[in-house]
Design a protein. Structure first.
Length: 86
């Protein structure tokens, strides 16, 4: 692994790890009032795009980070839809 991918994996770990506490808190509290569905959808679509880009560039760090973040952001979209009071 070259130093560029090492930088990528470090950034991937930090940005992915920063997102996980929000997913956990939302899951535990079921409070989605502060989450914006349009923002979550745009974010999810953007992360899918980055994941595809990572595969096309054959970048393990981008694939790693964006795979985890796609799942995490999907859960937030799911929680937002499920727990929004009608």
């Amino acid at each position: 692994m070259d130093y560029i991918e090492l930088i990528g994996f470090t950034a991937a770990f930090l940005t992915t790890a920063a997102f996980l506490p929000q997913v956990y808190k939302t899951w535990k509290t079921k409070d989605v009032t502060a989450l914006s569905l349009p923002m979550l959808l745009l974010f999810f679509i953007g992360i899918v795009g980055w994941l595809v880009y990572g595969f096309l560039k054959n970048s393990p760090s981008m694939i790693f980070a964006n795979s985890i973040t796609v799942v995490s952001s999907f859960f937030l979209v799911y929680f937002k839809i499920k727990y929004t009071k009608k």
